[in-house]
Structures are given as structure tokens and as C-alpha cells.
Write a protein that binds this ligand. Structure first.
Ligand SMILES: [Zn+2]
Length: 191
């Protein structure tokens, strides 16, 4: 049964934003984090290695301005591998929220997968339903935030992001590592 398959993911891991946008409606944009918000320098988990992608904060602020909520969905196998803890990840997520808010950009939540199917210890060693290309994080976000899939899409920079989006029933768009504001404006059709 679909419900049983969904439960294989276990409870979806999320950090609800301390600064939710208050934007009404059912429309949202799901964003991968590493490679879309910040340059993917391998297991970025602290502000000293945070290098924003051009136009990233501006893209989120612009999406907010046209009534789109923004939600991050990010694989964080560095937790499973023991490179950093969930507590460190959450602290870094709060720092990102503040960094974005200072630029007029607000997000609703950050969903993360701390698992890995072959690396890690204890409960982190898991072939879960949340690690992209599985759709668990996106499905959880759609349900938790009562979003309409027909009014949502995802931007990611890996084929696994696109596969996760399609498995969750929303369009996925492969970011070309250009300017994120220009990219999302083209997607929404106003660029
Ligand atoms: Zn997972």
C-alpha cells in the first residue's frame, strides 16, 4: 500500500523556519540547497564555507514577492558519514535563515535527509524514502504545508533532484549554475 511505502521513510526530518513568510495560498517552490543556494563545495555545514550562488537570495525574495512559498529539500549524507551532527546542521540552517532574511528572502522550512544506504552508523544507515531521488521530503513538504502540487515546482542541480520531483508529482527544473534569479524568472514566465 502507498501508505506503508511512505512510512518506510520514517518521520521526515525538517527544520521549520523561525521566520516563516506568512504568504497565503498553496503555491511553493522547492529548492535543492547545495548547488542552488550555495556553491556545492562538498559537505558544506558552516557559514565560513557558505558561498552564495549568484542571484540566490534575490530569487527567493522575488518568489516571495509574487506569492510563492519557498522550501528547501536537501540530502545531508554528511550527517550519516559523521562529518557533522544534526545539531550542527540545524544551527547552520538557522544561520542561513538569518542570512536570507537580511536580504528580504524568507523560507518556510528545510527538509533534510541525514541517511545513507551504505555509509553511516545506527539509524543513519538506512535505505530511506527521503534521500533524493526518493520523493519523501517533497511529499512531506506538500502535506505539511498543505500545498497544491499543481502550483509547485522544484529547482535542483542534479538528476536525482529532478527524479525526486517527478516522483512526488511536481515538475523539476535542472539549474544550469547561472544566475538563480534569472533562472526562476524564466521558469515563471516573467523573465
Ligand atoms: Zn533519508
Amino acid at each position: 500500500m502507498p501508505e506503508d511505502r511512505a512510512n518506510l521513510a520514517g518521520p521526515a526530518r525538517r527544520v521549520l523556519s523561525a521566520r516563516p513568510s506568512g504568504i497565503p495560498g498553496l503555491a511553493a517552490v522547492f529548492l535543492d540547497r547545495d548547488g542552488v543556494l550555495n556553491r556545492d563545495l562538498d559537505y558544506v555545514h558552516s557559514s565560513d564555507r557558505f558561498e552564495p550562488v549568484p542571484g540566490a537570495a534575490e530569487a527567493i525574495a522575488w518568489l516571495n514577492a509574487i506569492g510563492r512559498k519557498v522550501v528547501f529539500v536537501t540530502n545531508q549524507a554528511g550527517i550519516a558519514r559523521g562529518y557533522y551532527s544534526e545539531e550542527q546542521f540545524v544551527a547552520f540552517t538557522r544561520w542561513i535563515e538569518d542570512w536570507l532574511a537580511a536580504r528580504g528572502a524568507l523560507i518556510e522550512a528545510t527538509y533534510y535527509c541525514p541517511h545513507h544506504p551504505t555509509a553511516g552508523t545506527g539509524s543513519y544507515l538506512l535505505a530511506c524514502g527521503c534521500r533524493k531521488p526518493q520523493p519523501g521530503m517533497i511529499r512531506a513538504g506538500l502535506a505539511d504545508l498543505a500545498l497544491d502540487p499543481a502550483q509547485c515546482f522544484l529547482v535542483g542541480d542534479q538528476p536525482t533532484d529532478i527524479a525526486a520531483a517527478e516522483a512526488a508529482g511536481i515538475p523539476g527544473h535542472l539549474f544550469d549554475h547561472s544566475n538563480l534569479l534569472d533562472f526562476v524568472r524564466r521558469l515563471v514566465g516573467t523573465g
